[in-house]
Write a protein that binds this ligand. Structure first.
Ligand code: PXL
Length: 290
């Protein structure tokens, strides 16, 4: 069975980070190991929250993994809450044996604003981490902060392609801009594969609501589907459809409050689509660009 290691926080209530990554990656038929960076009572969009930093645990845990010769097919990083956590991930990714696929979701903000606790200096340091990425998954807000460019909502394909090229010049082999709307009633991704020099775009219906935590659902689904054997564009398209199905289920739930998106109700779609493809037998080495 394929195994990934995901590095992000665990927020006890309010589906995001590990409470999203674990079930989605497991449902994709991939073992999900974890390296929790912090424990929070809820995610930081709640009016109050606790934050217990686990940075001091990270090196001893990673050293033990190394001593035990534990191997991972992929490393997926999400929310990282401090400069020292960025340093840790940088060191870890620099020394990994066997070149696992590295998927970086540079979680920092949305809708033009940084989440609580983040600064432009943090974004500048996150930009240096991007050189490790086989796949980088920023939304437009994160892309703007990574490149130190103004945030724009009025974009066209030419602008997106420019941004994608600039992001791959940070060293990422592939970048998918998430939450992209080229038509008012559609939302999806715009992808650039710098290894193949190829752009692709896919979108589906845009619902008239915005939910917190959809980025983590999207990134977890891409990671699970890719490691299960789909190509990057197919994994990204499946993640668009799965995120939409999750958001639809949330809209229909009269009890939906601040707990995040009802992705659980959309898990059958993810499993079915992966089963239909019988994606077991990747033999190529697409992720390393070899
Ligand atoms: O959904 C991204 C995320 C992850 N983890 C924590 C967060 C957020 C977004 O606000 O606060 C702790």
């Amino acid at each position: 069975m394929r195994r990934i290691l995901t590095i992000q926080d665990i927020s006890c209530v309010g589906r995001c980070s590990l409470t999203v990554a674990l079930p989605i990656i497991s449902a994709a038929g991939v073992e999900c190991s974890v390296l929790p960076t912090a424990v929070l009572s809820t995610h930081t969009a709640f009016p109050s929250y606790t934050f217990h930093d686990l940075t001091e645990e990270l090196d001893p845990i990673a050293d033990t993994f190394r001593d035990l010769h534990l191997n991972f097919d992929a490393i997926y990083t999400g929310y990282l809450g401090s400069f020292s956590q960025l340093d840790f991930v940088d060191r870890l990714l620099s020394r990994l044996p066997n070149h696992p696929t590295v998927i970086i979701d540079p979680v920092m903000g949305d809708h033009g604003k940084l989440y609580a606790g983040f600064t432009p200096e943090f974004a500048e340091k996150m930009a240096t981490l991007c050189r490790h990425a086989d796949l980088l998954l920023p939304n437009m807000t994160e892309a703007a902060y990574l490149l130190n460019e103004p945030y724009r909502e009025d974009y066209d394909e030419t602008y997106l392609q420019q941004i994608l090229k600039k992001l791959t010049s940070l060293g990422a082999k592939r970048v998918a801009l998430t939450g992209i709307s080229l038509k008012p009633d559609e939302i999806g991704y715009y992808f650039y594969d710098a290894v193949k020099e190829d752009f692709s775009y896919y979108s589906n219906e845009k619902l008239p609501v915005v939910f917190h935590g959809t980025g983590d659902i999207f990134a977890s689904a891409v990671t699970g589907a890719y490691i299960r054997g789909m190509s990057f564009p197919d994994a990204l398209s499946l993640a668009v459809d799965f995120t939409l199905a999750s958001a639809r289920a949330t809209m229909l739930d009269p009890d939906a409050r601040d707990y995040g998106v009802n992705f659980e109700e959309a898990l059958p779609l993810l499993i079915e689509r992966l089963q239909k493809g019988l994606y077991y037998a990747r033999t190529d080495n697409e992720s390393t660009g070899a």
